[in-house]
Design a protein. Structure first.
Length: 190
């Protein structure tokens, strides 16, 4: 069992929703094989854990700069529930159905895993057919926000390179460095 799976097992044990409640049968709904395995979302190496956290919060319709997480900015039906070190828990509610997902951010990327549910016919081998689709929507939102964050970081890095080249040009123009030194330094900047 992975460290992340153990974490979610702990969430199931500590969650106010009991496992027996999570397997309540809903009339007229079908099930699909349960997706309890982790979904790994790779991220660019230039993203810090804070950048990844910010992308996850934005995918839930929140800003990482908000002082109070009590104010939820609902984006669709996904919402922020709580947070622990390197893990954000998100919930999804539609009518009487509820789904909980843990999103863990590491040095190499993000992982999402279904942790709990209510009224989704959850058992060890299956869950309501819509649950994987709802989780997939969250995964897509996270990927979009992660991509936006990565582009922002690339643009900032590009601006730094341009600023360094301008400073280097100024050094050469004022004869602080010669052309050979200029070319060596410029090749290291790019």
């Amino acid at each position: 069992m992975s460290k992340f799976s153990s974490l979610c097992l702990g969430v199931l044990l500590l969650s106010p929703i009991s496992y027996s409640s999570a397997s309540t049968i809903v009339e007229g709904c079908t099930t699909t094989p349960a997706i309890y395995h982790e979904q790994f979302i790779p991220t660019n190496s230039n993203m810090s854990k804070a950048d990844k956290r910010s992308a996850v919060l934005r995918s839930l319709g929140m800003s990482s700069s908000e002082e109070s997480f009590a104010t939820h900015n609902f984006k669709g039906q996904w919402f922020y529930e709580r947070e622990s070190e390197s893990t954000i828990y998100a919930g999804y509610k539609v009518r009487t159905h509820y789904l909980s997902v843990a999103i863990t951010y590491t040095d190499t990327g993000l992982s999402t895993i279904l942790c709990d549910s209510l009224n989704l016919k959850q058992s060890k081998s299956s869950i309501h057919r819509k649950a994987p689709q709802w989780k997939g929507t969250l995964d897509s939102r996270i990927r979009i926000e992660e991509g936006k964050q990565s582009l922002i970081l690339m643009n900032e890095s590009s601006n730094d390179i341009n600023a360094n080249i301008k400073a280097l040009d100024l050094l050469m123009k004022n004869n602080y460095i010669n052309k050979e030194e200029y070319l060596k330094i410029k090749s290291r900047i790019k």
